[in-house]
Write a protein that binds this ligand. Structure first.
Ligand code: ATP
Length: 587
């Protein structure tokens, strides 16, 4: 296919301001395109050579492209640069210079789509020593045979500035008009795209086999599925009503969503935006390879950094270390991720995306060999607002953002690529910061694991209830301790160790060790939240709930100057909670 047929359409598209006209031009182009190259035309039209998830990007530095233009035009680079300053678009500059080209080869071979595509592909894949020169030469080779107009679009494409602004949905519309009839066709084509994330593949299947081929489209390992997303409501009652009075509520972990594709011993991880992020999570790859009992599988999970010694979930920011290539190994050791799986989309040849959620969930439970670091997202099947609210508080306190409530109905399929009402998220609408530190009493401790074996992994901390002369728990704190603190803590606490919970301590948690309420330490947290577990201010704000400090951290200060009775009082924590709410309302 002549490349000029494609660039003619680009020109028309650039000249219109109407979406419908743009679609019409695309339809014309797709109809004219032979089926063997339709995938390539689709990629090129979006300024790509592959679907995004492949991770091979076009794009050479403008400086290199400029060199190729100068070379082909027989001009000095400075001259081209001068014109570029005027136009601000190297594509237009290339067109200008090629129009004035001094020598035009006699043997100009008309450019074909195949040749343009192959050359761009070679350019994108060139790496290492000499690759810059190779790229310039390849581009110059193309430009030498290009018409000025073709040169404009080639230069824009390779520098990542094609910018025709053709969205995926516009191409789907055009495909449906060119090859299908009516809205049904559009839906079928869109679904094929949603489960493959590859417009070129969809276009080719459609051109070669018609709608029948598209209907036969299935998910396949290696092709990421566009993620299903959740709607949002702000009260348990509304959520239950929307989901038919009953739903499965799951912790909404605050990490990174991954879609894991396993084929035998090899695993690929895709991000929420379907980028290949396998390299960032060697630890997650291992968990999936070793603990998913299926030869081939596609599952979804939230990846969360966890403090291995205390089992505490870390805030989402902790995963940012995984973005830097050189720190990954270190980060994976320090804070390995845990996986919380929440969906199964494909298992051993069976596409599960059209199965209702209860079926997918059951299969998920069957195929995952759970352990400390790889679990099914914590869930509860609920049919009343109180239980839902309590489960929500529990989730928030555990370090989660809230809940995702999912439909248990028969029509609860996996809606790839859509934000719908089959999943409803329930999060707090605010983020607030705890500004003051608090001084809390150590009333218990939990044994550490891993690096912290032999010491304590976390301390159980309480505030003082002046009226009842009791100590009420507000958090489990395992962060902020230095190695030295950890070594010293058992010794420091030993004099207070007792065999059972002290009668003045009010705790629902069964610690490994209990102490006389004596030692006071300073702690700062992210915020104060309602809690179904902790006893601080129990029933005072909401029936059945207490208050807890979220993401608590030892500041390094042992308050030896304070007695347990001088520690932060329960009524002060209530005050802090209320002030926090006011601050949020004011914002
Ligand atoms: P948000 O910023 O709220 O995460 P989002 O647009 O990324 O929004 P939504 O679909 O609205 O995504 O919310 C669901 C997100 O929550 C998922 O993308 C996923 O990353 C995360 N998540 C955590 N736990 C679960 C779970 N149990 N089930 C589904 N999604 C979960």
């Amino acid at each position: 296919m002549d490349y000029s047929l494609v660039t003619e359409v680009y020109e028309k598209i650039e000249g219109t301001t109407k979406r419908l006209e743009m679609t019409d031009y695309l339809v014309d182009l797709l109809k004219k395109t032979p089926k063997e190259v339709i995938d390539k035309v689709v990629y090129l039209t979006q300024g790509k050579i592959y679907p995004d998830y492949v991770g091979i990007e076009l794009g050479i530095a403008e400086r290199l492209a400029l060199r190729a233009v100068a070379k082909v035009a027989g001009r000095k680079e400075e001259e081209v640069e001068g014109d570029l300053e005027r136009t601000g678009d190297l594509g237009e500059t290339a067109q200008n210079f090629l129009e004035k080209r001094r020598q035009v080869s006699f043997f100009r071979k008309p450019l074909t789509v195949e040749r343009v595509y192959q050359t761009l592909d070679r350019m994108a894949r060139a790496v290492g020593e000499g690759s810059m020169d190779l790229k310039v030469n390849l581009l110059a080779g193309l430009l030498a045979d290009a018409t000025p107009k073709e040169a404009k679009y080639i230069v824009r494409t390779v520098t990542g500035k094609l910018r025709l602004g053709i969205a995926d949905m516009t191409i789907l519309d055009a495909l449906a008009i060119a090859y299908g009839r009516g809205k049904d066709a559009r839906d079928v084509i869109e679904r094929a795209y949603n489960i493959s994330s590859d417009l070129g593949k969809v276009a080719k299947a459609l051109a070669e086999g018609g709608l029948e081929a598209i209907k036969g489209f299935h998910v396949s390992v290696g092709n990421p599925i566009r993620p299903m997303l959740a709607e949002r409501l702000s009260s348990p009652a509304e959520i239950l009503e929307k989901l038919g009075g009953r739903c499965i509520a799951e912790y909404k972990y605050d990490g990174e969503r991954i879609q894991a594709h396993k084929s035998g011993g090899s695993v690929i991880l895709f991000s929420r935006r379907l980028e290949n992020i396998t390299g960032q999570y060697p630890d997650a790859v291992e968990l999936i390879r070793d603990h998913v009992r299926a030869e081939d599988a596609i599952i979804e999970a939230e990846c969360v950094a966890v403090n291995i010694d205390t089992g505490e979930m870390m805030p989402f920011q902790e995963l940012m270390h995984r973005r830097r290539k050189y720190d990954i190994e270190k980060a994976a050791k320090e804070y390995p991720v845990s996986l919380f799986a929440f969906d199964a989309l494909y298992i051993d040849g069976k596409d599960l995306t059209l199965e209702p959620y209860p079926v997918r969930h059951k299969i998920l439970e069957e195929i995952i060999e759970q352990n400390d670091r790889f679990q099914i997202a914590k869930y509860l099947i609920v049919d009343n607002a109180d239980d839902l609210e309590r489960f929500f508080e529990e989730a928030v306190e555990a370090g989660c953002e809230g809940l995702v409530c999912k439909s248990l109905n028969n029509d609860a399929v996996y809606q790839a690529g859509a934000r719908g009402w089959l999943w409803i998220k329930y999060k707090r609408d605010y983020k607030s910061e705890m500004t003051d530190t608090v001084d809390l009493v150590v009333v218990g401790a939990f044994y550490g694991r891993g690096k912290r074996a032999g010491t304590y992994g976390a301390l159980l901390l309480a505030a003082y209830d002046h009226d009842n002369d009791t100590f009420e728990t507000v958090c489990k704190c395992g962060s902020g301790f230095t190695d030295e603190d950890l070594q010293n803590l058992p010794k420091m606490l030993d004099p207070y160790r007792i065999s059972h919970k002290h009668p003045r301590v009010d705790s629902n948690l069964e610690a490994d060790v209990f102490f006389l309420p004596k030692m006071v330490i300073e702690v700062i947290g992210a915020e104060i939240t309602l809690s179904p577990i902790h006893t601080c201010a129990k029933d005072l704000i909401r029936k059945g709930s207490g208050l807890a400090i979220r993401f608590p951290r030892f500041t390094g200060r042992y308050r030896t100057d304070k007695s347990a009775e001088d520690s932060t009082r329960v009524d002060e924590i209530i005050e802090m909670y209320k002030r926090q709410l006011k601050k949020i309302e004011a914002e």
